[in-house]
Design a protein around this ligand. Structure first.
Ligand code: NDP
Ligand code: ZN
Length: 353
């Protein structure tokens, strides 16, 4: 089979590999559509997870089951499925402790394009198929379904980590596709005011649709100064970080009210340390929580988030700014994600038909 791979840091291309073998609980899946992620950019060009040789990229896909192992109960060849970017081992101790995304070690629930070949391939392997796949609702187009692999669960996880409650004022730093889903999730959870940081006009327009009220450009000076000016110096109840670099935590701590919480889902691709401003952190006693987490994967979450989309309560289509047809356009879509043109939110490549 052919797959689009990271050859080494900074170099990518098509390679030939054996079709992966599946174990008794696994599935072999072929993609119907795949989406490019900013994390692919961090991995390939920034070397953020270290060197990888000839590893097939990609972790966002919607697909059709080709083959299943003899112990798989609920899926069969021909089923159309949602596939989460994170596919934990559900019988691990970490999963039993409630941290499935770290099953087998820190971040080890993230297998595609990290510890094994990813989804930019004619076929890919899914471990623990009954625990990780979900049936694709009939009224969701495979292109939109790709938003359920990572963008929806990650953006929503930021909301969970920040513990957004009814009536909270919320700052969302970064309104790429992940931050846009954090805006949508915060709005669903009952935020009373959502301030959003980002400059791409398409993202600003989409953020308005998802419930953001006011916008801040990080190019117009420190984010913290702008937020404090907009809130009469009081700051906000919760901050979700979905963009920017290590320096965003300083702003986040500065604008948080005592007792506030930060939920980070941003992948920090560079820099050695995150610094916390001592005084604004209440000289260590401000009750300002900092939580950062990889999104949980798994079937239950996929089914629930899928039902939000199929019921019409969440419209993910605003995220899909570019649709390409066929593998021939995969590289173009990937390079587009790296270069982030002003009209980009999320590029998707349709494989079927
Ligand atoms: P994008 O690059 O599309 O969006 C980033 C956003 O951050 C944009 O709104 C951008 O603004 C804004 N931004 C850029 N620089 C700054 C800055 N200095 N200060 C504040 N805001 C800034 O990213 P995605 O939405 O695709 O992904 C967001 C992050 O989430 C990535 O790091 C990605 O790797 C990570 N991620 C994490 C996952 C997890 O499970 N934890 C899973 C998937 C992704 P502008 O409009 O100007 O471009
Ligand atoms: Zn992703």
């Amino acid at each position: 089979m052919k797959g689009y791979a990271m050859l080494k840091i900074g170099e990518s291309g098509w390679i030939e590999k054996e079709v992966p073998a599946i174990g008794p609980m696994d599935a072999l899946v072929k993609p119907l559509a795949v989406a490019i992620c900013t994390s692919d950019v961090h991995t390939l060009w920034e070397g953020a997870i270290g060197e990888r040789h000839n590893m097939i990229l990609g972790h966002e896909a919607c697909g059709e089951v080709v083959e299943v192992g003899e112990l798989v109960r609920d899926f069969k060849p021909g089923d159309r499925v949602l596939i989460p970017a994170i596919t934990p081992d559900w019988n691990s101790l970490e999963a039993q402790a409630g941290y499935s995304m770290h099953s087998g070690g820190m971040l080890a629930g993230w297998k595609f394009s990290n510890f094994k070949d990813g989804v930019f391939s004619e076929f890919f392997h899914v471990n623990d198929a009954d625990g990780n796949l979900a049936h694709l609702p009939e009224n969701i187009d495979p292109v939109d379904a790709c938003m359920l692999s990572d963008m929806v669960p990650t953006g929503f996880h930021g909301v969970e980590l920040a513990d957004v409650q009814f009536g909270d004022s919320v700052l969302v730093i970064g309104i790429g596709p992940v931050g846009l889903m954090s805006v949508a999730g915060a709005s669903m959870r009952g935020a009373s005011r959502i301030l959003a940081v980002g400059t791409r006009p398409v993202c600003v327009e989409a953020a308005k649709k998802y419930g953001a009220d006011e916008f801040i450009s990080y190019k117009d000076g420190p984010i913290a100064d702008q937020v404090l000016a907009m809130t009469d110096g009081k700051g906000v109840d919760k901050v979700i970080v979905a963009g920017g670099g290590v320096e965003t935590f300083e702003d986040a701590v500065k604008v948080l009210k005592p007792g506030g919480k930060i939920g980070n889902v941003n992948y920090l691709g560079g820099g050695d340390f995150v610094t916390i401003p001592r005084v604004e952190w209440g000289v260590g006693m401000g009750h300002k929580e900092i939580n950062g987490g990889l999104m949980p994967g798994g079937r239950l979450r996929m089914e629930k988030l899928g039902s939000l989309v199929s019921s019409g309560r969440l419209d993910v289509h605003h995220l899909v700014s570019h649709v390409f047809d066929g593998w021939d356009h995969l590289e173009e879509a990937l390079f587009m994600m790296r270069d982030k043109p002003r009209d980009l939110i999320k590029p998707v490549v349709r494989i079927e038909g």
